[in-house]
Write a protein that binds this ligand. Structure first.
Ligand code: NDP
Length: 453
């Protein structure tokens, strides 16, 4: 760690000692930015990094609601408005019991650079609640969501802050959020993305993050003259990102052998075909069941429950070529990373945000793995959210092909920006430095133009 990165980290930790995920995200970026500062001292003089790590605004609020038994429940709601240098705050809402200020700050911070890479005018934000949608009835989810929006509505708007989904927030939740916003504001605007198709949503938005992560993997493979055809792929998670990652891997001729959830994972040696994928989509999106049911339905699959006493997750210990971590942060530890390498995996495209711990990333780098970090590889979701905002402003709906082509073009452009920035700053082929530097420069230059605000 250089002296400069050390100083920044000391300051961040002293200010917010209980936010380890935020420290992790800042350290990775600061390490890349060091190279930029050596070349262009103006960014250091204007304290750009010091400003970027401080949210422009943090909103924290009470979310009271009444459950089906008539008992009062109280959750905590958050919105981190991190950076608006290049556009309105943009980033998802996460409903999960683990949600806290540090996790949302790491996600909002990552979002700033990711959005900078998309080529679209979007600032960075993130929000959510420690509410756990698991086991709640639809009506309970609606009551909670309406209470959440009853406070959030005064802070957001189509030109101010445009939330979307993330873990625990899908089409159902975005619908309830939009309905309540519309009622309180008495206006029908593009204040959220991930909306239903018949009320302002964009085709390909549900698919975008997973499709984008696979397009990014295909771009990385192409640098070695290869494609996804015939590649065996490990996918974690079984939610939105995992499902559409699997679909696009199938489209491109690859084979998916795993899915997981917080209870464990299934390994299907025969591969997940279209029928099996349809089963997973119905299981997770409609019946809201557990992935273990996949192994009950398909005898070719083996279910392994998560064992908290193990120092690794056996999900990452199968023979494969590519891995798509698509569940949550820090789901790949150093032992898992070594297992992936030992099993022949040489392409990692992160659908999830920061799913690999720093020691795991080091192992990928040492082994010449094509490593597509989350802020580049999973930017397709927010990119199509940006396209949804454009369509809302134009009051037009583009076709599936049009949006998919734009998504593909954006993923190619992100890949190119990463490689060009990495090359220009003396780190050829390094997607980590490339993504951090390209995202930083876009936002930092706008901040310099706009003065000390
Ligand atoms: P979903 O809620 O649809 O699915 C999340 C999946 O991850 C579920 O299978 C869930 O299992 C599993 N999971 C969540 N938390 C944990 C945990 N702590 N331990 C183990 N498994 C867990 O979310 P998404 O698919 O939308 O998001 C997945 C990842 O992708 C997140 O990191 C998110 O930030 C990132 N992402 C999402 C985007 C989007 O457009 N949706 C855009 C960019 C990134 P279970 O059901 O048991 O909790």
């Amino acid at each position: 760690m250089s002296e400069y990165v050390g100083k920044v980290m000391e300051m961040v930790k002293a200010k917010d000692p209980a936010q380890p995920e935020f420290h992790q995200a800042v350290e990775e970026v600061a390490d890349s930015i060091q190279i930029v500062y050596d070349k262009h001292p103006i960014y250091r003089k204007m304290k750009v990094l010091e400003r970027i790590i401080e949210p422009e605004r943090v909103i924290l609020f009470r979310v009271p609601w009444v459950d089906d038994q008539g008992d009062v429940q109280v959750n905590r709601g958050f919105r981190i408005e991190m950076n608006s240098a290049i556009g309105p705050y943009k980033g998802g809402l996460r409903f999960h019991p683990s949600v806290n200020l540090g996790i949302l700050k790491f996600l909002a911070f990552e979002q700033v650079f990711k959005n900078g890479l998309t080529t679209l005018p979007m600032g960075g934000g993130k929000g959510g609640s420690d509410f756990d949608p698991k086991g709640k009835s639809d009506i309970e989810v609606m009551r909670f969501t309406q209470s959440f929006m009853s406070e959030l509505f005064r802070h957001i708007g189509p030109d101010t802050d445009v939330p979307a989904g993330d873990i625990g927030v899908g089409g159902r939740e975005v619908g309830f959020l939009f309905g309540q916003y519309k009622k309180l504001r008495n206006e029908f605007t593009g204040v959220l993305t991930g909306k239903g198709l018949n009320w302002g949503g964009s085709l390909i938005r549900p698919e975008a993050t997973g499709y984008g992560a696979v397009y990014f993997a295909a771009e990385m493979l192409a640098t070695r003259g290869e494609s996804l055809e015939g590649k065996t792929c490990i996918v974690s998670g079984s939610g939105n990102v995992a499902q559409y990652t699997a679909e696009k891997v199938l489209d491109l001729g690859g084979k998916v052998v795993t899915f997981s959830d917080s209870g464990g994972y299934v390994f299907d040696d025969e591969g997940v075909d279209r029928d099996k994928l349809a089963f997973v989509m119905d299981l997770k999106n409609n019946r809201r069941g557990r992935i273990s049911e996949y192994a009950e339905k398909y005898p070719s699959a083996v279910y392994t429950p998560l064992d908290p006493n193990l120092d690794h997750n056996p999900l990452w210990d199968h023979k494969a070529d590519c891995a798509f971590p698509s569940a949550t942060q820090n789901e790949v530890n150093a032992v898992d990373a070594q297992n992936l390498v030992n099993q022949g995996v040489y392409v990692i495209s992160e659908g999830a945000n920061m799913p690999t711990v720093p020691a795991g990333v080091d192992i990928f780098m040492e082994n010449n793995v094509l490593y597509g970090l989350g802020k580049a590889a999973n930017a397709g979701g927010v990119a199509v959210s940006g396209l949804e905002m454009s369509q809302n402003s134009l009051r037009l709906s583009w076709t599936r092909e049009e949006v998919d082509n734009r998504l593909k073009g954006i993923m190619t452009s992100i890949h190119t920006q990463c490689l060009e920035a990495a090359e220009a700053y003396g780190k050829p082929g390094n997607y980590i430095h490339g993504a951090n530097i390209a995202g930083f420069l876009k936002v930092a230059d706008a901040m310099l133009d706009q003065g000390v605000v």
